[in-house]
Design a protein around this ligand. Structure first.
Ligand code: NI
Length: 139
């Protein structure tokens, strides 16, 4: 981690007003904190452009557990990616719907591959991969 550097930004006044409203809505205590988060978010997005970069994220799946063979198929797919799936959380949402959250860590291509294989499984109602980072290259 380097030292803290202060720098000025020239900005259109209306754009700054909009930014200040956004900071307020998102509860940022200062513009600096908001800008830091925006920069980090861009850097995380960029990590995901490199197929070999190690990343972390979560995959959320919603499905009806009555769907025939679905649970078995999901288990088989998950067992084929032991190195990428770090942890899973299963929640019974109601009588028929289940939510499964998988914590994933690995190369972008492997995380995307397992996410796509699970999301596209017949019977999955919704699958959403949330991109995050291992944090190793972030400050
Ligand atoms: Ni369940």
């Amino acid at each position: 981690m380097g030292g803290t550097i202060r720098f000025g930004i020239s900005l259109d006044s209306e754009l700054l007003e909009k930014f200040d409203r956004l900071c307020e809505e998102r509860n940022y205590p200062t513009r600096s904190e908001a800008i830091r988060d925006l920069i980090r978010n861009e850097l995380v997005q960029r990590e995901w452009q490199d197929q070999n970069q190690e990343v972390a994220g979560t995959l959320t799946l919603v499905y009806d557990h009555h769907q025939s063979d679905l649970a078995q198929k999901m288990i088989e797919i998950q067992h084929s990616a032991l190195d990428v799936i770090i942890s899973t959380l299963h929640v019974h949402i109601d009588h028929k719907n289940c939510m499964e959250v998988l914590v994933l860590k690995g190369a972008v291509k492997d995380v995307n591959d397992i996410s796509q294989r699970l999301t596209s499984t017949r019977g999955i109602k919704h699958g959403k991969l949330s991109l995050s980072t291992t944090g190793k290259d972030l400050i």
